[in-house]
Design a binder for this molecule. Structure first.
Ligand code: SF4
Length: 459
């Protein structure tokens, strides 16, 4: 009973977060930067911040995460970190030889007011950036937003700094901005587009970087990531498909503004309807056909959905996590005739409650969708009215244990299990895996609680 002090009575809170449903902005910025080929993320702040960001990513992906820091001391905390960052840029190119350094700020450097734009220009002027190398940077003050905001900020700033429209006529390439998803999801999205015969540039792309094989050799920059040349070429593509409004929308819009690449901003392709919209958008916009392999995968998902409907029908579910995932997950659960009663995220954004409301409006049940909110409130809601299933990151395990509720780990961070790096949850195949996990959790509980006379061999 680790959370035994959570009271049932809910009091409106404005200036206090308890047990947050988010992590800090730079973690998202660092994750986005790891999806760039030969890139070393750099945290402009104290060593402690950088150690925390790296450790969260390392624990989630079970891979070493390389990043540098400006290593603020008391002096830089008072007078600013310009000297530290300029020196760091020179040292990093000399010692670690990346193609790109992706600088993000932290609470401390933002509070001092360090101008990374100006510092980067100064680093160029003072010859710290070798020819052909790049420094990109973004602002990620963690007292606003969440890791999703940081991810979005890094993508937006990168396309603004790097992408270029070089030709009058756009080529047939489609840019895919995959959202704050797992490397396995990025791999799955690439598999689907390649099955359709569509040439794509995916940015960022952490597949191969954070789910690479064990080779016995350490590689500072694993094979994988979007090259800076490809990010540049994104300005010449015919279309950008951004998956997830919160994580990918801003970068897609910036690319449209800067390079006149039109964009389609879709929800993450989690579940049957969102995947249908993704595949259909690609089909309509590129004129390519949907191959039988994809149609079969869709049919398999549909088959299991209808075969196992008796186990999903009417089950009440509590969800917590990132907004893009929650919107698509909610839609998927509704298509399974489940009832997503509580939907909580720590990431701000005005559109979130309205999106959940639109998806759940036909349900005969009061749906509680709130942002920014926290896991303390989620626990209180569950205490007041129980659910049959919980879906969310590792932090939900305490509530699941205290309230004895079946629980599926999903989202970021998952630091006590593996699998998310390797098995996708996007696309029809991903939907099937997600459904399998849902059924496993529900049916295990039915087995556990069944009286002896109705403990069934066949279910
Ligand atoms: S001080 Fe700010 S940037 Fe650093 S770890 Fe804490 S929340 Fe993140």
């Amino acid at each position: 009973m680790l959370l035994r002090h959570t009271p049932k009575g809910i009091i409106e809170r404005e200036a206090l977060v308890i047990n947050p449903a988010k992590t800090c902005q730079p973690i998202g910025a660092m994750y986005a930067a790891l999806g760039i080929k030969n890139c070393l993320p750099h945290s402009h702040g104290s060593q402690g911040c950088c150690a925390y960001h790296r450790s969260m990513l390392t624990r989630h992906f079970k891979e070493p995460v390389m990043a540098a820091t400006s290593a603020f001391t008391e002096g830089s905390s008072v007078f600013g970190g310009q000297a530290n960052l300029i020196e760091a840029i020179g040292n990093i190119f000399t010692v670690y030889d990346p193609d790109v350094i992706a600088v993000h700020t932290t609470c401390l450097s933002e509070t001092i007011g360090d101008d990374v734009n100006q510092i980067s220009a100064k680093a160029h002027e003072s010859g710290k950036v070798p020819a052909g190398k790049h420094v990109i940077f973004t602002n990620t003050p963690s007292y606003v937003g969440s890791h999703v905001t940081g991810f979005s900020n890094m993508l937006k700033k990168t396309v603004e700094l790097v992408s270029e429209a070089t030709a009058e006529k756009k080529n047939k390439t489609v840019n895919i901005i995959p959202g704050f998803v797992e490397p396995s999801d990025m791999q799955e999205i690439k598999r689907l587009t390649s099955l359709m015969g569509i040439k794509t540039i995916m940015f960022p792309d952490t597949s191969g970087v954070l789910n690479g094989p064990m080779t016995g050799k350490f590689k500072m920059y694993p094979n994988g990531g979007t090259s800076i040349e490809d990010i540049k070429k994104m300005g010449d593509s015919q279309l950008t498909v951004a998956l997830g409004t919160f994580a990918s929308g801003a970068a897609a819009k910036s690319l449209d503004t800067k390079c006149k690449v039109p964009c389609e901003i879709l929800e993450l392709p989690i579940g049957i309807q969102a995947t249908d919209r993704f595949i259909d958008t690609l089909r309509i916009k590129t004129g390519m056909n949907v191959p039988e392999e994809i149609t079969n995968e869709r049919g398999q998902l549909l088959d299991v959905m209808s075969d196992m409907h008796q186990y999903t029908y009417g089950r009440r579910v509590a969800l917590a996590g990132d907004p893009d995932q929650l919107v698509s997950l909610t839609e998927f659960l509704v298509s399974l005739d489940m009832i997503p009663v509580y939907v909580i995220t720590g990431t701000p954004g005005k559109k979130f409650p309205a999106k959940i409301e639109a998806i759940t409006k036909g349900l005969n049940e009061k749906i509680y969708a709130k942002n920014p909110s926290d896991l303390f409130l989620l626990h209180q809601l569950i205490k007041n009215e129980k659910v049959d299933l919980m879906i969310g990151n590792t932090h939900l395990k305490y509530i699941a244990r205290d309230e004895d509720i079946p629980y599926i780990r999903y989202g970021f961070p998952i630091i006590d299990r593996v699998g998310h790096q390797y098995f996708p949850s996007v696309g029809y195949k991903g939907g099937l895996r997600l459904l399998e996990k849902i059924l496993e959790a529900i049916m295990n509980r039915i087995d556990r609680d069944a009286p002896e006379e109705s403990f069934e061999l066949v279910m």
